[in-house]
Design a protein around this ligand. Structure first.
Ligand code: THU
Length: 136
């Protein structure tokens, strides 16, 4: 599974979002160390705070299935019914969830199309993050 294939999966996941409030659809595809992919979409709620981002949906699916080692995540987001016109960066809460389970070189692929994506590392998007190592 290469970066482009992961980007395609994130883009495809935008079809499954539940976003009646923001109408902003985000898809994610999380690659494990052994090549498995967990997908996610954002799922909103009338009470707002129970809403879950696409990235955390993917992470929580993976963790709940016993996978805890990850190499990359692709994220694609933008207004529902349109192709993304911007790169959609993960929110702070999702970056913190990544910090819990991933190392500094974990790749975050922000995709507009299968051929137009930018790649960051977790240490670039969350410098000086607080993580489990501080509690050892
Ligand atoms: N959202 C995500 O799912 N991931 C991101 O990286 C940014 C924001 C969702 C949360 C909410 O459902 C909608 O996008 C608008 O903020």
């Amino acid at each position: 599974m290469n970066q482009k294939q992961l980007a395609v999966k994130a883009l495809e996941m935008r079809a499954f979002c539940y976003t009646p409030y923001s109408k902003f659809n985000v898809g994610a595809a999380l690659l494990t160390k052994d090549g498995k992919v967990y997908t996610g979409c954002n799922i909103e709620n009338a009470a707002f705070t129970p809403s879950n981002c696409a990235e955390r949906t993917a992470f929580f699916k993976a963790i709940s299935e016993g996978d805890k080692e990850f190499v990359a995540i692709a994220v694609a987001g933008g207004p529902a019914g349109e192709e993304p016109s911007e790169y959609c960066p993960p929110c702070g809460v999702c970056r913190q969830v990544m910090r819990e389970f991933c190392g500094p070189d974990f790749e975050i692929i922000l995709a507009k199309t299968p051929d137009d994506y930018k790649v960051y590392t977790l240490k670039e998007l969350l410098p000086e993050g607080f993580g489990p190592d501080f509690l050892e």
